[in-house]
Design a protein around this ligand. Structure first.
Ligand code: NAD
Length: 243
């Protein structure tokens, strides 16, 4: 029960990794606050968790939306900036508006979360922020100009925040998942087998990842067990980036 008495805010928690993290934090005693733009799914996830969870509409690109959420909370001890969108187009082909949209959600969304929650995290005295980047924040990738740029920015912003918030006792780390089976990857028309076959030559652990593979790393970084860990990068990719 590492999070007994703590309040954890998770963006993009209506499904996928964010929902799995919400369930896991609650199972370890946390009060969890789920934010997303998918209100129906988000409410269902919160209801299934029970009294420890509440769902709030949150568009991470809107400062007012973040402010409204934070205003409603007595305390915040942990912030997980998990909301994200993917987009597939090369540097040559990406539309500038699409590039801006991805940066707006993945980067500006992460910045606004940290900025808005900072006063509450400061009061917590043991505040922790976990930013979800990607292996696309560690290397390049084909046809992913906006996503790669955004996830490198999340990694960089994490370092900047670790330095800026150090004096406030707030730790800030980034997590870099590989290919994880969530609605982001399992889109209509792309079968699990096709995706696995494409990535298998790279994977040392010969399967796709699941949200439950990422959850323990996020919880560790958010917990006091990671008291001496800040500004660091944690890769959860089945060995994808090793070779
Ligand atoms: P997902 O698409 O299931 O979940 C992303 C969630 O973010 C969704 O619920 C979506 O509604 C929410 N979201 C999108 N825009 C938002 C906004 N403006 N405001 C609030 N919420 C918004 O995918 P996932 O795999 O669970 O993704 C979680 C995080 O992990 C993302 O940051 C993603 O980039 C990252 N990631 C995913 C993979 C993967 O293979 N699935 C790999 C590396 C990193």
């Amino acid at each position: 029960m590492r999070f007994q008495g703590k309040t954890v805010v998770i963006s993009g928690a209506a499904r996928g990794q964010g929902a799995a993290e919400a369930r896991a934090f609650a199972a370890e005693g946390a009060t969890v606050v789920l934010g997303d733009v998918l209100d129906g799914e988000g409410r269902e996830v919160a209801a299934a968790i029970g009294a420890a969870a509440s769902y709030h509409h949150l568009d991470v690109t809107s400062e007012e939306s973040w402010r409204e959420l934070v205003r409603q909370l007595e305390r915040i001890d942990v912030l997980v900036n998990n909301a994200g969108v993917v987009s597939f187009a090369s540097v040559a082909d990406v539309e500038p508006d699409e590039f801006r949209r991805v940066l707006e959600v993945n980067v500006v969304g992460t910045l606004l979360g940290m900025k808005t929650a900072a006063p509450s995290l400061r009061r917590s005295e043991r505040g922790a922020i976990v930013n979800i980047s990607s292996i696309s924040g560690l290397k390049g990738a084909a046809e992913s100009a906006a996503y790669v740029a955004s996830k490198w920015a999340v990694r960089g912003l994490t370092k900047a925040a670790a330095v800026d918030f150090a004096a406030d006792g707030i730790r800030v780390n980034s997590v870099h998942p590989g290919v994880i089976e969530t609605p982001m990857v399992l889109t209509p028309g792309r079968s699990r087998d096709e995706i696995l076959e494409r990535h298998l030559p790279r994977l040392l652990v010969r399967r796709l990842g699941t949200a439950d593979d990422v959850v323990p790393i996020v919880l560790f970084l958010a917990s006091d067990e990671a008291a001496y860990v800040t500004g660091a990068e944690f890769v959860v990719d089945g060995g994808w980036t090793v070779r």
